[in-house]
Design a protein around this ligand. Structure first.
Ligand code: FAD
Length: 363
């Protein structure tokens, strides 16, 4: 008997890793619309260090040894197959949908073109270099890191980071947000808290203009970055029978990450509303569960007899402000040294390059 067939849609943090880990035990097909994986955490620093960009664009060619990566956009999912835009149909015993999310430019590629992403990142980096005033709207991890990267690499710019919350990282113990706020101020960043921007003109890319805050004050910027969160791409999965919409446009699942009436179709990552955030940290918990579960299914077990997925109670978070300083919450708040070692210095670049069969650093 041949190996069981697993089709995975989306080669992001979920798809590439789950495909690679199952490659030896199943007949794996990974369907991905782009020719390369891109690492968003390092896309932030690429704006102040443009030469980094080529290091974080990782072609899928070397990913799988036995299975295959199919370049194409999946357009429909049936119980036993996934169909791609050109009409090709990939038959499956098990299907994983991990179509992830989009983000405002220039932080993640949009659509199927890596070349457009390269160009957009380079354009924004060039504009940023000459900008004197920068306004960042949204102080989640991306906005906060962006403020830190710009302030540490290009001191002298007037940078304003705006949040509608009263503290930075309000979901975490107060020490994390307070320490990050203090370090940002030390880097020269103006942190405006508790103020919702009333008139953000674009959600898709940075622009020149001004923003009005709830108190009526106005802040002008040579560059205004909209950084207000990920938008899940769940259209494909929402067409399946029995799917229920969850929060923020994600889809709900049962205990085994199944969102529909099809017992063999799983979801994970940014599209899955399972109690985790839209983070790589979430996929670091979901992927091993998914791999273990699919290995057991391939070996003949039934899903309901396997342990259901349990989300992070409170997920750790690493927030570098450039390569040297930062803070993290790793079940306790930690400072510069650990944040630098775990993320700030290398931004996981060697880890992902190696996973894609490349040297740890570009030659
Ligand atoms: C700038 C930035 C920095 C971040 N930094 C961090 C961080 O430091 N730590 C952290 O924990 N999280 C971070 N995140 C969040 C993290 O990037 C996401 O949570 C993660 O990418 C989700 O992985 P995923 O596999 O669900 O989806 P994605 O990574 O979005 O991948 C989805 C893939 O599916 C493909 N796809 C979509 N639709 C189709 C289709 N129909 N057919 C074929 N392919 C399709 C896409 O091309 C894409 O490759 C960051 C996000 C951004 C934007």
């Amino acid at each position: 008997m041949g190996k069981k067939k697993i089709v995975i849609v989306g080669g992001g943090y979920v798809g590439f890793e789950v495909a690679q880990k199952l490659d030896a035990v199943a007949d794996v097909t990974l369907i991905e619309q782009r020719e390369a994986f891109v690492q968003p955490p390092a896309a932030i620093r690429s704006l102040v260090q443009p030469e980094l960009l080529e290091q974080i664009i990782l072609p899928y060619d070397g990913l799988l040894k036995s299975g295959r990566v199919v370049r194409g956009r999946a357009v429909s999912v049936a119980e036993d197959a996934v169909t791609v835009e050109n009409g090709d149909r990939y038959v499956a015993d098990y299907i994983v949908i991990a179509t992830g999310s989009t983000y405002a430019a220039p932080f993640k590629p949009a659509g199927d073109s890596i070349e457009d992403f390269r160009q957009t990142s380079a354009d924004v980096a060039a504009r940023l270099k000459t900008a004197e005033t920068v306004v960042i709207v949204g102080a989640g991890a991306v906005g906060t890191e962006l403020a830190g990267e710009i302030a540490s690499a290009q001191p002298g710019k007037k940078i304003t980071l705006i949040s509608s919350d009263d503290t930075l990282f309000p979901m975490y113990p107060a020490k994390l947000g307070a320490n990050l706020e203090r370090k940002l101020k030390k880097l020269g960043v103006t942190v405006v808290l508790g103020q919702r921007v009333q008139d953000l003109q674009r959600l898709d890319q940075p622009y020149e203009g001004s923003v009005t805050l709830a108190d009526g004050s106005e802040i002008a910027g040579d560059m205004i970055f909209p950084v207000i969160g990920s938008r899940p791409q769940a259209t494909l999965i929402k067409s399946l029978p029995g799917v229920q919409e969850g929060t923020l446009g994600r889809v709900r699942t049962d205990g085994w990450l199944r969102p529909s009436d099809y017992a063999n179709v799983f979801v994970a990552g940014d599209i899955a509303d399972v109690g985790d955030g839209m983070t790589i940290v979430a996929t670091a918990r979901q992927n091993p569960w998914l791999v273990k579960t699919l290995k057991a299914l391939v070996a003949g077990e039934t899903v309901e007899k396997l342990k259901p997925y349990s989300p992070w109670k409170k997920a750790p978070i690493l927030v570098p402000l450039g390569p040297i300083v930062g803070n993290s919450w790793l079940f306790t708040t930690v400072g510069d040294r650990i944040t630098r070692m775990m993320k700030g210095k290398e931004l996981f670049i060697p880890k992902y390059r190696k996973a894609f069969g490349m040297s740890a650093r570009a030659k």
